[in-house]
Design a protein around this ligand. Structure first.
Ligand SMILES: [Ca+2]
Length: 359
């Protein structure tokens, strides 16, 4: 019954000819593929919890719900509908973070058994950074439609136009990546514990390791756009058991932990071979050769640093010192880049040999 319900739901949602045999193998929710990339996350002139602006890199492609999870979708998986504002295509609300996570787990099970999702993939809530990346959709303005909040009504259900209730998903214009209701309708639970942002560039962030509240993002039908609550940077949070009629969620479909671990192990194996060759070059007395080796290690990024941390103890103290400098350097802070630090290190160490290097 669950499969039938989900398939029916998918067909109703897409309106694009689903219902054929081939379509039976598509995921049960409508998803949009998101490519890896970088963004400036946060806002320095918004609320205090939106600062500092920091660079975020997402290395893996993933898929995210084109819409908030609807009541029809939720009921088909969970067997009940907790929502206050009833309607099959309205977003599910009055759903806690814990219930949203359980929905993802059950949907993963059923879609996996039905062969609807790729091997090793799973549904989960979006990480907060993934959510903002999707909301911004390449934009850097306060709203994904620009600076002018007077255009909010074309894109968002807020207190200004909602009539004090939720509305069917997809009723407003999508953002540049085709996602609907990222700014309004219901708030959306994210995976992360709530906490302050890091003051540095980060890769694939998933928030603090511990906490008491879980993050939700997006504005909602309850607040006016002029309060700034529908800006792409706006953050909120509450206890994971909190269930209220202004909070729902959308799902992400992405490789699960086991698949990610396997991919990482394969990647590190390749990087290790390259790093081993480059470390040998560090012993070369020619400045240009050493600099090239370090630049190439730096270009390999976080993976290279991980390999170097596990690198067998070097007997040569100078090579050991150089590896240590790479590990201690931030890969993004230009003023303290490994190359800059090493240039200083070599300049100091090369005093007696000055004139013999190719500098
Ligand atoms: Ca929303």
């Amino acid at each position: 019954m669950m499969r039938v319900g989900l398939a029916l739901c998918a067909a109703l949602l897409s309106g694009d000819g689903r219902g054929t045999k081939a379509d039976d193998k598509r995921p049960s929710v409508t998803l949009v593929r998101i490519e890896p990339g970088t963004m400036a996350m946060g806002h320095d002139r918004g609320r205090a919890n939106e600062a500092p602006i920091h660079k975020v890199t997402l290395r893996e492609a993933f898929r995210i719900g084109k819409y908030e999870v609807t009541q029809q979708e939720y009921a088909a998986v969970m067997g009940k509908n907790p929502s206050r504002f009833r309607g099959p295509r309205r977003p599910v609300e009055t759903v806690s973070w814990e219930q949203a996570v359980e929905f993802c787990r059950r949907l993963t099970d059923s879609d996996r058994k039905a062969g609807r999702i790729p091997e090793g993939h799973e549904y989960r809530l979006p990480a907060e950074a993934e959510w903002e990346y999707c909301c911004r959709a390449g934009t850097t303005t306060p709203h994904y439609f620009g600076k002018d909040a007077s255009k909010a009504g074309e894109h968002e259900w807020t207190r200004d136009n909602s009539g004090g209730r939720t509305h069917d998903v997809g009723g407003k214009k999508p953002n540049p990546w085709g996602l609907h209701d990222m700014a309004g309708n219901v708030r959306e639970w994210c995976l992360d514990w709530y906490g302050p942002y890091p003051n540095r560039a980060v890769t694939d962030p998933t928030g603090p390791e511990k906490g008491t509240k879980r993050v939700f993002r997006s504005g909602d039908w309850y607040y006016r756009a002029e309060t700034g609550c529908t800006m792409s940077s706006q953050r909120g949070a509450h206890l994971p058991t909190y269930a209220h009629y202004h909070v729902g969620f959308r799902v992400v479909l992405a490789p699960g932990k086991a698949l990610l671990a396997k991919r990482k192990a394969d990647r590190l194996k390749k990087v290790r071979r390259q790093v081993e060759a480059l470390v040998k070059q560090l012993g070369d007395r020619k400045y240009a050769t050493r600099e090239r080796a370090h630049k190439r290690i730096e270009a390999l990024g976080a993976d290279a640093r991980e390999v170097l941390r596990a690198f067998p103890e070097q007997t040569d103290p100078e090579i050991r010192a150089r590896i240590q400098l790479i590990l201690e350097s931030s890969p993004v802070d230009k003023k303290s880049s490994p190359v800059d630090k090493l240039v200083a290190h070599w300049a100091a160490a090369a005093g007696p040999r000055r004139g013999r290097t190719s500098r």
